[in-house]
Design a protein around this ligand. Structure first.
Ligand SMILES: [Zn+2]
Length: 151
């Protein structure tokens, strides 16, 4: 379990999610970006967030070296499946994807994706998480605030 604190929020990431991150982060520069959705649980005050599920890349995802477009229909199915199979406890928290670099930082597209998700506002929680994974580090963004983790 990894714990990250951003802006007074405690974000806990389970080992099974970390294992998916380690497995899919790009070992080879020629491989495209990969990613998925994040699910888990949140306390009512949204101060403690448990990231307990990460979907793995799907066949319908369009991967290229510098961009990742998630298959929205498949992602929605995963979110609904998890929600029903956890008695409504596991909810959509955000996204993860890889960058084909040694060191990662959120791109301008990542920043605008966060802004889009927050303004579209069809989320059950008032924030979005984004994990950007590179080979040597990863960033964990809580809404617009990002925190660098060395792993
Ligand atoms: Zn990115």
């Amino acid at each position: 379990m990894l714990r990250v604190e951003i802006d007074g929020k405690q974000i806990f990431i389970t080992d099974s999610v970390l294992n998916i991150f380690y497995e899919f982060r790009q070992p080879d520069k020629r491989q495209g970006e990969r990613g998925g959705v994040l699910l888990g649980q949140v306390t009512e005050d949204e101060h403690r967030i448990l990231v307990s599920r990460a979907s793995i890349p799907g066949n319908q995802d369009k991967a290229s070296r510098f961009s990742f477009y998630r298959d929205r229909k498949m992602a929605q199915q995963i979110v609904e499946y998890e929600f029903h199979n956890s008695d409504g406890k596991n909810t959509y928290l955000g996204e993860w994807h890889t960058h084909p670099t040694n060191k990662a930082s959120p791109s301008s597209q990542d920043v605008s994706m966060i802004a889009d998700q927050l303004s579209n506002n069809h989320m059950k929680v008032g924030f979005i998480l984004l994990f950007v994974l590179a080979r040597e580090n990863f960033f964990n963004c809580y809404s617009r605030l990002c925190h660098k983790n060395l792993t």
